[in-house]
Ligand binder design. Structure first.
Ligand code: NDP
Ligand code: 8X3
Length: 251
């Protein structure tokens, strides 16, 4: 049985991915900052697979390294890393952007992803195998109005994904990114700082992607034969053409 470590497993894409990978008999290390949600998911899935939880903020370098380096023996071999934790914070023009929001996006989406990857990599390199899936975004392929720093953080993920694939190529480690468009999760609630009404308007008038849609794709990616690496994948809801064009049916 393989083991997958999923960051951001308490909500949205990460949570659905945990549920989907359990159906494929993959043991799970679930990470997030909300221990009660990790506990609930562990209870739900541990009837099917072995589940271990790690409660840390990906910005906390020491916590990331100490927890991953001290995993219990049964979970110490990580076959699949899903770098998913991340969010947008705010949606403002560059000139009025909030410095704390900028720090959060760069520290979580970019540096947090790097810390977790660096902690996981030594054993993958020693084993000459492993699979890393980086959750990017269409915001890592295009820049849209007021998306500035979130887009910058996801462009960085796109570059890191490509760089990882090059540098880890000699070690037989598969690296790929999935770049979703609009997925209805807690993403917009976080972006708009708990203004749930504003968040809901993002997904009004069309059928957005669901976190299960992305989990389904991740399960497909990780169950390909070893010689197949899905390197870069953009996924939109049918109503979305790019970052700014969404066919909304609103009266
Ligand atoms: P959610 O807000 O539903 O989930 C975000 C997850 O990230 C949560 O589990 C949260 O856990 C975790 N997280 C956030 N900050 C931290 C932190 N500092 N340390 C540890 N964990 C953290 O959003 P999504 O599921 O939509 O987002 C998942 C990924 O998908 C993100 O990288 C996002 O950028 C990307 N994405 C989302 C899209 C969308 O439209 N929804 C589209 C394209 C990409 P906790 O709060 O418990 O720590
Ligand atoms: C999330 C999708 O369009 O809000 O990455 O940036 S978008």
């Amino acid at each position: 049985m393989k083991t997958a470590l999923i960051t951001g497993a308490t909500s949205g894409i990460g949570r659905s991915t945990a549920i989907e990978l359990a159906k494929h008999n993959i043991n799970l290390i679930l990470c997030g900052r909300r221990q009660h949600r990790l506990d609930a998911l562990q209870n739900e899935l541990s009837t099917t697979v072995n589940v271990h939880t790690l409660c840390f903020d990906v910005r906390d370098k020491d916590a990331v390294f100490s927890t991953i380096e001290n995993l219990p023996e049964a979970f110490s071999t990580i076959d699949i890393l899903i770098n998913n934790a991340g969010n947008a914070h705010g949606l403002s023009p560059i000139q009025t952007g909030d410095l704390d929001d900028w720090d959060a996006m760069m520290d979580i989406n970019v540096k947090g992803l790097l810390y977790v990857s660096k902690a996981v990599l030594p054993k993958m390199i020693a084993a000459q195998s492993g699979h890393i899936i980086n959750i990017g975004s269409i915001a890592g392929k295009e820049v849209y109005p007021n998306g500035n720093i979130y887009c910058a953080s996801k462009h960085a993920v796109d570059a890191i994904n490509k760089g990882m694939r090059i540098d880890l190529n000699p070690y037989g480690i598969r690296v790929g990114a999935i770049h979703p468009g609009l997925v209805e999760t807690e993403f917009s609630n976080v972006r708009f700082k708990g203004n749930d009404q504003k968040a809901a308007t993002v997904y009004n008038g069309f059928d957005p992607l669901t976190p299960e849609d992305i989990a389904d794709i991740i399960a497909f990616v990780v169950t390909r034969p070893y010689h197949v690496n899905i390197a870069d994948l953009i996924v939109f809801p049918t109503a979305q053409a790019n970052s700014t064009i969404v066919n909304k049916k609103i009266n």
